[in-house]
Design a protein around this ligand. Structure first.
Ligand SMILES: *Cc1c(COP(=O)(O)O)cnc(C)c1O
Length: 363
């Protein structure tokens, strides 16, 4: 699905040097390597405030908490995402309220999000799923009209754009994951939060570091959700390459799109004005298990993102949903499979993958 070893080999010299610098300085928690990365990542986005943290899940709960969302509040999101999005809503004591996705872009259906707004709604949490882009200007107008906060989950969409503007710079806050397999991956767990106000930024800095103002002065109960120096150092190196890697993903996706589109398969629609970054390459297929087994025999990996929409997960049974509640998500979860995509993928690999896929898959 991805070839992390190939990426390391390509930049081994720079990475090893960066890691050595951390070892020499023993600056393991927060510190210089984290602040350098924070500055660079925030500046590249043209954002105001940026904070490194422990992972993409704590990034979401920290952002929600800093925006004042907690017990009794409702947060609108979709059931077609990784469970972390919803766990974070639950961690702050709020209730996830699901709305379905658009059948072509697979992103939150904004009309349905507006229809789901109720008295207790405090925030909307769109996920830029698969590296595609939610229609943020439309979503922001809905949120503004109803006085709601917006937190963008950008865990799969580093440096995707809408109308030339990076995702993560539309909402009140935006969160990122640097899990190793994400488009920008650390050598362990790490996450990030972009935000707009000094107030949110200050609160979030305390929340991720034991509620402190300085070493032994704590003015609130926080968490240990800091970023490690080693991750900051590795991410600073990789950040220099992310734009090239993104272009390579986009060009691989264009090749997939051409071949699979010509063969009549349904691939993900990207809205006009949006630039997807293809964390995954999803395609719909009627005989998924058969197609996956067949390509596996040819030595080709594939994945399912995600086989069970969250409203049907046992962990969320208390929300009281039943099959049929979110039909677009349910249909996609039965039909979608992800083909391998990563910056280093070659034309020959794409040709081999698509010819094996097309030989067996039914539309
Ligand atoms: C990976 C992911 C997360 C969680 O990130 P972690 O760093 O693994 O905690 C959250 N949301 C989405 C959509 C993800 O893909």
């Amino acid at each position: 699905m991805v070839d992390l070893k190939a990426q390391y080999e390509a930049i081994r010299g720079e990475i090893d040097e960066a890691i050595q610098a951390v070892l020499e300085s023993q600056d393991f928690i927060k510190g210089r390597f984290v602040s350098e990365f924070e500055r660079a990542f925030t500046e590249m986005h043209g954002a105001r405030f940026g904070l490194g943290c422990s992972n993409g899940t704590s990034a979401i709960s920290t952002a929600l908490q800093a925006l004042g969302i907690g017990t009794g509040d409702e947060v609108i999101t979709t059931p077609m995402t990784f469970i972390a999005t919803v766990e974070a809503i639950c961690h702050v004591g709020a209730k996830p309220v699901f709305v379905d996705i658009d059948p072509e872009t697979y992103q939150m259906d904004i009309g349905k999000a507006e229809a789901a707004i109720g008295k207790a709604t405090r925030a909307i949490l769109p996920v830029h799923l698969y590296g595609n882009v939610c229609e943020m200007p439309a979503l922001m107008s809905v949120a503004e009209a109803h006085g709601l906060k917006v937190v963008e989950d950008c865990a799969q969409a580093h440096f995707a754009r809408f109308g030339g503007k990076f995702v993560g710079t539309f909402g009140d806050a935006a969160t990122f994951s640097f899990y190793p397999g994400k488009n920008l991956g650390a050598f362990g767990d790490a996450g990030f939060i972009l935000s707009r106000t000094q107030e949110a930024e200050t609160l979030m800095r305390k929340l991720v570091d034991h509620g402190r103002m300085d070493k032994y002065n704590h003015d609130l109960i926080g968490f240990n959700n800091r970023m490690d120096g080693l991750q900051g150092a590795v991410l600073s190196v990789k950040l220099k390459h992310i734009q090239r890697w993104t272009k390579q993903r986009q060009s691989a996706a264009a090749k997939y799109g051409q071949i699979l589109g010509d063969a009549g398969f349904r691939t993900m629609k990207v809205l006009p004005g949006a630039e997807a970054v293809y964390h995954l390459y999803p395609v719909q297929v009627a005989n998924r298990e058969e197609a996956m087994a067949y390509i596996r025999e040819q030595g080709i990996a594939s994945g399912i993102h995600y086989p069970t929409p969250l409203h049907l997960q046992p962990a969320l049974a208390y929300l009281g949903h039943a099959p049929g509640d979110f039909p677009v998500s349910e249909t996609l979860s039965r039909r979608v499979m992800s083909l391998p995509i990563f910056p280093e993928i070659s034309d020959q690999q794409i040709a081999r993958i698509t010819s094996a896929f097309v030989a067996k898959a039914k539309q």
